[in-house]
Design a protein around this ligand. Structure first.
Ligand code: HDD
Length: 686
């Protein structure tokens, strides 16, 4: 027995823990505060005997572990978030009495969660998908949740279709695949039967569906909301977030390969940027218009499948959001964050958009099943930062301990000297008054009936290269559809969106064009909007972009260092890559690399530099990881800067000279762009 005791104290944590606990680190305890002396061994009858039921330390630990997972979000399950602040830069009291827009320089704390839609919580970051962009503003008059996406329109017009849309895109019901992908029968079956989805579909199939970074996505409130001022006057409003780094996307082949290289590509990028002090930032803008303008538009502003181009109603930038703090704990904050479109504050109000109206119910309801209690608002991440009080009481996991007996209103307990509790105030939230009349109808407004004009406008707003990406994405996805009639039905619609799109997708599928559908409303030609294109608005900057420098034995250390300095002084970041990470002999001294070649493919970076000697390049030309590093960078339209010695590797990788292929000195400038003109050389686009 003496031996058993010695074994535990010498090699287990128990003795150590007690010592640490006696110093700076707090003692480990049970959930009820009882100090724990041994976190290594369960309580047994004899050193090799059965475990005792009496062991409350073991039972509590396993019990808690068994229940660690909560139901994941039915949509937007995979997400990453950060804390930060909203700063008002141009107050709008004439439009809204919302306190966060009241004064220039006023800061309001925010918690912002980005997400993919279709995949589960453990899925990857880079599938083709819409991205969620949900912001919780902790204003001093309560929480406002702006629960938007990176695409300004939505697939459906009425909330009653949401479960069908989501069932169709999630993994198929019998086989439970594909995970996090829209390229399958049921999604395209639904889409092909619901032409209202086409506008958002075009956006999802465009480069918007494969963003480079969460720091480089736009955000949209999607619906038309109302702003209400102190006098009760209202205006219509759409909300926009514009990333300071510019909107940037990747190439589809790159996105698919990134999935293999790093499941957490976006999550890591967001975390690391905030961690090193490169705080992501967005401008916040409103598009404000009145009923008269709304009535003059050829589409309905209550229809969430339509956008209003900036050229029609300009954006007014009124603030900025900076995300400057990573969560302390993923579960407690990001996972338990509950966003509710019904959370608005005085000065902001809803419209009758039937999609928004349905959302007002859905999000409150879902929190009860996800977080298990009507008291989810008491979880720190969800609780307002301003005082809050009402007569709602009790319920599961109640953490407030209200004093006194005033749990009803009105009461006159104050007349007896007792605390009467909170009462409604005249400055509280008031719904903007609006006349409502009409018959009770289960019907879609005729003004919602044009499904083709805006998808066509979007197509016409893109560059030729972006159009080719859309057509190719649709070909890719429909090629994964196994049922011919779905493909045919899509073709009969796509040619109505635009004859060119229909023809190109048919050609890409190797199918004949069927007869076009007869639309409910004939499409009209709306003016294209340059603001909708990513490439036309490219941010020519190294900020937020990362350059990989590949070196090997004999490379010039000073060349690597000079390039690193040049990239960093232009606000880019550098990641060094070598066949071995531990340190290689370079010309000028040894150097360690940040990543090993096989685990650091070029899909993870925005541009690559090859600082290689002739000997090293000849050796690497026989290494498939090195060849793929270069050929992928070329195929993904990235800048490549190289020493003369790197030629053998460049040749083996099929690099042909163009504007984006440069010497080391030219790379910091070249790395600000992608080389769209190169694309026809490296792939066959639809
Ligand atoms: Fe939704 C989550 C965005 C329509 C029902 N939605 C959710 C999230 C985002 C959006 C960003 C994740 C929030 C987070 O990070 O926790 N959803 C949208 C947008 C829509 C939209 C921009 C249309 C304009 N959603 C929509 C409809 C319904 C829902 C029409 C139901 C009728 N959405 C939900 C939900 C979720 C959700 C099931 C899942 C988890 C949650 O709410 O909290 O209730």
């Amino acid at each position: 027995m003496a031996d058993d005791k010695d074994f535990t104290t010498e090699t287990g944590n128990a003795g150590e823990m007690q010592q640490i606990a006696a110093g700076d680190t707090p003692a480990m305890t049970t959930n009820f505060g009882v100090p724990i002396s041994d976190n290594e061994n369960s309580l047994k009858a004899g050193s090799r005997g059965p475990t005792l039921l009496e062991d409350f330390v073991l039972r509590e630990k396993i019990f808690h572990f068994d229940h660690e997972r909560i139901p994941e979000r039915i949509v937007h399950a995979r997400g990453s978030a950060a804390h930060g602040y909203f700063e008002c830069t141009d107050p709008i009291p004439e439009l809204s009495r919302a306190s966060l827009f009241a004064k220039k320089g006023k800061k309001t704390a925010v918690f912002t969660r980005f997400s993919t839609v279709a995949g589960g919580a453990g899925s990857v970051d880079t599938p083709r998908d819409v991205r969620g962009f949900a912001v919780k503003f902790y204003t001093d008059e309560g929480n406002w949740d702006l629960v938007g996406n990176n695409i300004p329109v939505f697939f459906i017009q009425d909330a009653i279709k949401f479960p069908d849309l989501i069932h169709s895109v999630k993994m198929e019901a019998d086989r439970a695949y594909p995970q996090a992908a829209s390229a399958h029968d049921t999604f395209w079956d639904f889409i092909s039967l619901m032409p209202e989805t086409f506008h958002t579909l075009m956006w999802a199939m465009s480069d918007r569906g494969i963003p480079r970074s969460l720091r480089m996505i736009e955000g949209f409130g999607v619906h038309t909301f109302k702003l209400v001022n102190e006098a009760g006057e209202e205006s219509f409003c759409k909300f926009h977030w514009r990333p300071k780094l510019g909107t940037q996307s990747v190439i589809w082949d790159e996105s698919a390969k990134t999935q293999g290289a790093d499941n957490d590509f976006h999550r890591r990028d967001l975390w690391e940027a905030i961690d090193r002090g490169d705080y992501p930032e967005w401008e916040f803008a409103v598009q404000v218009f009145d009923r008269e303008l709304a009535d003059s538009l050829p589409y309905d502003v209550l229809d969430a499948t339509k956008l209003i181009p900036e050229e029609v109603v300009p954006l007014r930038v009124i603030g900025r959001m900076v995300l400057d703090r990573n969560p302390d704990n993923f579960f407690a904050e990001t996972e338990q964050a509950a966003f509710l479109p019904s959370n608005v504050v005085p000065g902001i109000d809803f419209t009758d958009d039937p999609l928004l109206q349905g959302r007002l119910f859905s999000y409150l309801d879902t929190q009860k099943s996800r977080l298990g209690t009507t008291n989810f608002h008491q979880i720190p991440i969800n609780a307002p930062k301003c005082p809050f009080a009402n007569m709602q009481r009790d319920g599961l996991m109640q953490t407030h301990v209200p004093k006194g007996r005033a749990n009803y209103e009105p009461n006159s307990l104050n007349e007896a000297g007792e605390d009467p509790g909170p009462r409604p105030v005249s400055t509280g939230f008031r719904t903007a008054e609006q006349p409502v009349e009409g018959e009770k109808l289960r019907i879609r407004a005729e003004s919602f009936g044009d499904f083709y004009s805006q998808p066509r406008m979007y197509w016409n707003s893109l560059t030729e290269n972006e159009q080719a990406h859309v057509a190719s994405a649709i070909v890719f996805e429909l090629s994964k559809v196994s049922l011919d009639h779905i493909r045919e039905r899509m073709l009969s619609h796509l040619q109505v969106v635009h004859p060119d799109l229909g023809k190109r997708v048919a050609k890409g599928l190797g199918m004949d064009l069927p007869k076009p559908v007869k639309p409910f409303k004939e499409p009209v030609d709306l003016d294209p909007s340059d603001a909708l294109s990513i490439q036309k608005n490219w941010n020519r900057s190294l900020e937020g972009r990362q350059v990989a420098i590949l070196f090997d034995e004999g490379s010039s250390k000073s060349d690597v260092e000079a390039l690193k300095k040049a990239v960093e002084s232009a606000k880019g970041t550098v990641f060094t890559v070598a066949p071995k990470v531990g340190g290689l002999p370079l010309d000028g001294g040894t150097m360690k690399a940040d990543g090993q070649l096989a685990g650091s493919p070029s899909v993870l970076f925005d541009a690559v530099a090859l600082v290689l000697t002739t000997e090293a390049a000849a050796k690497l030309a026989k290494d498939s990881a090195a060849v793929a590093f270069v050929s992928d960078a070329f195929a993904h339209l990235k800048a490549i800067g190289a020493t003369e010695g790197a030629k053998a590797l460049m040749d083996r990788a099929g690099v042909e000279p163009d504007e984006g292929v440069t010497d080391l000195a030219g790379l910091p400038e070249a790395a600000k762009l992608r080389y769209w003109d190169r694309e026809p050389k490296v792939r066959d686009l639809a």
